[in-house]
Ligand binder design. Structure first.
Ligand code: TXA
Ligand code: MG
Length: 316
């Protein structure tokens, strides 16, 4: 028995092939037993996600990871030891036991150990890994609270395990390996600078901004709100020329009459706090009566890189 009834209920649902929205430190995931093809199909249907877009496997120990992958290269092990549990996803050669539907037929499986107390306890109770994409309809901004999941997927999941607001608030950084090289496929909650410091080398960026389905996960329209969003290096000017806009800024209060609604992500200028607030801010403005949303360009280092990436994708 686990420490609370909700955890026991979540485990029962997952064991019987159901869907549970789970909290992680990055965003909420829409989880199913990764070894049960029929359960995994339900994820794609609930999200309206194309089958060519593979899922991330979640588990709670490196020992378990070894049972799902053919090998863990030395550099991968170095990163895993340092940053797991945490916002880092590794692409590793999958074993047969992982169904092809999870990886969309690719030979690598994406895998991570999330850093959230409830979900780690849940995973430790299960004898299978969880496949979990972000718990949002395909193409929309990822959920960083149980309420976000509830708003869009309430009738599509068997249960939402409420673990509070996601600390990091932006999806995991995805990296793959090619010989000694570390290839970054998605910017995310673990900073590139931390990876480079750990491996003692530069990473190779392979972040695809096209909408080529062969480059899974990097679809251009990802993270798009329903309202038009633009990114500008001169927000003040955009505000002068338009009425009724929503503004996303880092620290600045534009305080102009035309700013119908404003979301300041971190008044004290902390990028981690800004990342934590980003998706909630987009959701808030999406609900307001604004004609469009304008966002500042963030400082392009540390988590600012991932924030700029998500804003660019939201802008389409
Ligand atoms: O932080 C996260 O990573 C969250 C939480 C729930 O863990 N999950 C998440 O999943 O963001 P999702 O499905 O929304 O995004 C995962 C991305 C997808 O864009 C997918 O294409 C890519 O990872 N991906 C998954 N498996 C892959 C693989 N085998 N090769 C290349 N890309 C892969
Ligand atoms: Mg997603």
């Amino acid at each position: 028995m686990m420490s609370n009834d909700n955890l026991n209920k979540a485990a029962e649902i997952l064991k019987s092939g159901g869907l549970v929205a789970i909290p992680t430190e990055t965003v909420y995931g829409l989880a199913a037993n990764a070894l049960d093809k029929e359960a995994v199909v339900k994820i794609f249907i609930a999200k309206d996600r194309p089958f060519f877009d593979p899922l991330i496997l979640h588990t709670n120990s490196i020992e378990k990871v070894r049972t799902f992958v053919e090998e863990i290269p030395e550099t991968a092990l170095l990163l895993a030891s340092k940053f797991w549990p945490g916002p880092l996803t590794l692409l590793l050669p999958k074993k047969q036991i992982i169904p092809d539907i999870v990886t969309s037929g690719l030979t690598n499986v994406a895998i991570r150990i999330p850093n959230h107390e409830l979900t780690l306890e849940l995973l430790s109770e299960l004898d299978f890994p969880l496949a979990a994409p972000s718990a949002n309809p395909f193409g929309y901004v990822s959920p960083t609270s149980a309420a976000h999941v509830e708003a869009q997927l309430a009738d599509k999941v068997d249960m939402i395990l409420d673990g509070g607001e996601c600390n990091v608030g932006i999806e995991s950084t995805i990296v793959g390996f090619d010989g000694d090289d570390v290839i970054v496929h998605r910017l995310g909650g673990l900073e590139i600078e931390s990876i480079e410091e750990t491996i003692g080398a530069k990473v190779i960026m392979s972040i695809n901004h096209s909408s080529d389905p062969k480059a899974p996960g990097q679809l251009k329209s990802h993270y798009a709100p329903l309202k038009k969003l633009i990114v500008s290096d001169n927000v003040a000017n955009v505000l002068k020329e338009n009425k009724n806009i929503g503004v996303i800024s880092f620290t600045k209060n534009y305080n102009l009459e035309n700013t119908a609604h404003s979301q300041i992500l971190s008044p004290k200028g902390d990028l981690a706090e800004a990342a934590h607030n980003l998706f909630g801010a987009i959701r808030n403005l999406d609900k307001e009566n604004v004609d469009f949303i304008v966002a500042e360009i963030f400082p392009n280092s540390l988590l600012g890189m991932a924030i700029n990436d998500r804003l660019a994708r939201a802008a389409g």
